[in-house]
Design a binder for this molecule. Structure first.
Ligand code: PLP
Length: 381
């Protein structure tokens, strides 16, 4: 079997071919997928006739020519103009990328569609994942779609609706005291005992490739141009890393021109390892003690992708900032009331970040900005 992609370590020049079930590099760092050639220019014109889901970008993805992905129609979420936020922030052009409209109610669908597709192709019949909630729902659904077994480790404090969805899709749900880091330990033990393949964030290379489609999609939605700024609520970091990878690949292939967006990473002040490391000028994140936030997707105290995220923020000229739980909660409720968009708490954090960055002049009135709503608010209520 030959593949049109291979893997390169995110922290060294170690490489790996795409066969089998790659996990992390010998340094224990995430792999990044690298393609042997960019898609032909005529692929762009062919997009018009394709189905409206993230696999329309299949030439940019780890998928064989004759292969069908494991899909529930993920991706191609709307980019919505937000007049009330434009007025409140003084920034003339603001969109919300509403990832809550994905299958399973969050952008986790993108990453897990890609990861499950590759793993099933390599022969996996049983999966395990630690989750703050949404990744568990998505793996349960895609695992069901592929006819495989799924075990999910989630904190006991996960919102009830999310737990109900995981059970609805037939996964074996294990509730633990503690946070996603504790669940990660349990998942790795279960995987090591031969129980299942671990699809934890960045412990396999393909979830990033699914998340990457958010970046390609924004470019297509804006007529193959990019906004000046993107504000992204950051936990494990796959979205941030994936979108930056997409922009560089699109630029290198000549599909877009001009400067790439500045990415702003927002966390809750109850768990902000990326913000603390960024402010200290550090190149690695240190584990955050006693992580606490109602924005469960951001409750990731020791992200494996810390190094790549910090490098990405520096490269793009962006930064990281923290907001408080009461602020993010109020912002999510306000956008719901004013715009009819169902914001998750993490999306609320991105809204607060826009207002802060606009107020201190980091984002100017003429900048165009995409604010990410990473999931549906109803799952948390
Ligand atoms: C997982 C999750 C995040 C964090 O995403 P990363 O790309 O892993 O940083 C943010 N918001 C929601 C709703 C999530 O489920």
């Amino acid at each position: 079997m030959t593949y049109h992609w291979s893997l390169v370590c995110s922290a060294s020049d170690e490489t790996h071919d795409a066969s089998g079930l790659p996990t992390v590099s010998s340094l224990g760092e995430p792999w990044l997928v690298t393609y042997s050639k960019a898609p032909d220019p005529d692929v762009k014109a062919r997009l018009a006739s394709r189905a409206w889901d993230m696999w329309r970008y299949r030439e940019w993805m780890p998928l064989d020519e004759d292969e069908e992905p494991v899909t529930l129609g993920e991706g191609c979420t709307p980019l919505l103009r937000v007049p009330s936020l434009e007025r409140a922030s003084g920034v003339e052009t603001v969109w919300i990328k509403d990832e809550g409209q994905n299958p399973c109610g969050s952008f986790k669908s993108r990453g897990l569609s890609a990861a499950v597709t590759r793993a099933v192709r390599a022969g996996v019949r049983s999966f395990v994942i630690p989750t703050a909630g949404n990744a568990g729902v998505a793996l349960a659904a895609y695992g069901r779609q592929a006819g495989t077994a799924v075990r999910v480790y989630a904190p006991r404090t996960t919102p009830l609706r999310i737990l109900e969805q995981i059970e609805l899709f037939g996964a074996d749900l294990q509730l633990l005291d503690g946070h996603i880091g504790d669940c990660g330990k349990a998942a790795r033990e279960f995987a090591a005992s031969g129980g299942a393949f671990d699809v934890s964030t960045l412990r396999e290379p393909y979830r990033i490739e699914g998340k990457k489609t958010m970046g390609i999609e924004i470019a297509e939605q804006l007529g193959w141009s990019l906004p000046d700024c993107i504000i992204y609520p950051t936990g494990g970091g796959t979205g941030l890393i994936g979108m930056w990878k997409a922009f560089k690949e699109l630029r290198d292939a000549g599909w877009i021109a001009g400067p790439l967006p500045r990415l702003y990473s927002v966390q809750s002040d109850g768990c902000a390892p990326v913000v603390r490391a960024f402010d200290a000028g550090a190149s690695v994140t240190e584990p955050w003690q006693n992580p606490e936030t109602i924005a469960y997707g951001l409750r990731v105290p020791g992200p494996l992708g810390g190094k790549v995220m910090l490098r990405t923020l520096k490269e793009c000229g962006g930064k990281a900032l923290a907001v408080s739980d009461p602020e993010l909660q109020a912002a999510a409720a306000r956008i719901g009331a004013e715009e009819g968009i169902d914001m998750c708490p993490e999306g609320g954090a991105a809204v607060v970040a826009l207002e802060k960055l606009a107020a201190d002049g980091t984002i100017g009135p003429a900048d165009s900005v995409v604010v990410f709503n990473t999931g549906a608010g109803w799952l948390y209520r």
